[in-house]
Design a protein around this ligand. Sequence first.
Ligand code: AMP
Length: 283
Amino acid sequence: MSRSPMIARTVPALHRTLDRLRARKATVALVPTMGALHDGHVSLVRLARRRASRVVVSIFVNPTQFAPTEDFGSYPRTWKSDAARLAAEGVDLIWNPDAGTMYPDGFATRIVPEGAATANLEDRFRPHFFGGVATVVGKLFTQVRPNLAIFGEKDFQQLRVVTQMARDLDLGVKVVGSPTVRERDGLAMSSRNVYLSPEERLKAPVLYRALKESARRLRAGDDVAATMAGGVEMIVAAGFVLDYFEVRHAGTLAPVGARGDGPMRILVAARLGNTRLIDNIAV
Ligand code: AMP
C-alpha cells in the first residue's frame, strides 16, 4: 500500500506542503481535474509520475466554467474513491480548495483567452467555458508553480488554449498533452458518461467510429467535404443531436479545406439526450 497523499485545502497549507515537497531539487508535475476520476485521469497521473519526481493532483469543480443552465450542481463528486485511487498511484499531494478559497468574496479578475479559444468549436456552444478554464488554470499554475502540467487530448481545444496561455503569460509551466483513454468499445472515458442511460450508452461509441472512419478516408485522400458529410450522417443516424463535426488544423484549430493544409484533427461534440459528449482524432 502506498502512503496516503497529503491534502491541502487552503493556500497557506498548499504552500507549506509544496515547500517541503520541493526540497532537494524535486520537479513538480500538476494534474488538474474536477474529480470523479476514471482511468483517463489515472493515465495523466502516471505520465506525471514518469516526468517529475513529485505529483500534485488538483480536484476542484470549477463553477466559473459552467453556464447557469449546465450541470455544476449535479456534476459527479466522488471524493472518497478519488482519494483512494490517487493514494494507489503514489500521488504526493491533493490540492482540494473549495469555491470560497478559489474565488474569495470580491474576486474581480479574469483571464480572457483568444486564439484557439475563439476557434468557433466549443466556444460557439459554451461561450463562458474557456474564460472559466483559463482563469482557474492560471490560478492553479500560480498557486502550485509546477514545472509541468498534464492535460488530456480528450479536451483538445482546451489543451491548445492552456498551452498558449502558459506561453503568453510566461508562467514557466510546460504543458504536456496525454492521449485519450477509451472504453473497450471506443467511447472516450469521461466523468459525464455516468449520465448516459443504458440505451444511450450502446449508441455512444458511434462518435468514435465516425471519427476513425473519417480520419481513414482523409488519410486515403478522399474529398474533405464528402468525408465530413459522411461522418455527420453516421452520427445523426445514431440519434445524436450534433453540435459540430469539423476538421481543423491540429496546431491552430483554423479551418482547413484540403489535405495539404497541414496536420489535421477532426473534432466532434454531440448530444445524446441530456448528455453532451466531445471527442477528437488525429488524421
Ligand atoms: P476533467 O476532470 O474532466 O476536467 O478532466 C481533467 C483532465 O483529464 C483534463 O486534462 C482532461 O482532458 C483529462 N481527461 C478527461 N478524460 C480523459 C480521457 N478519457 N483520456 C485522457 N485524459 C482525459
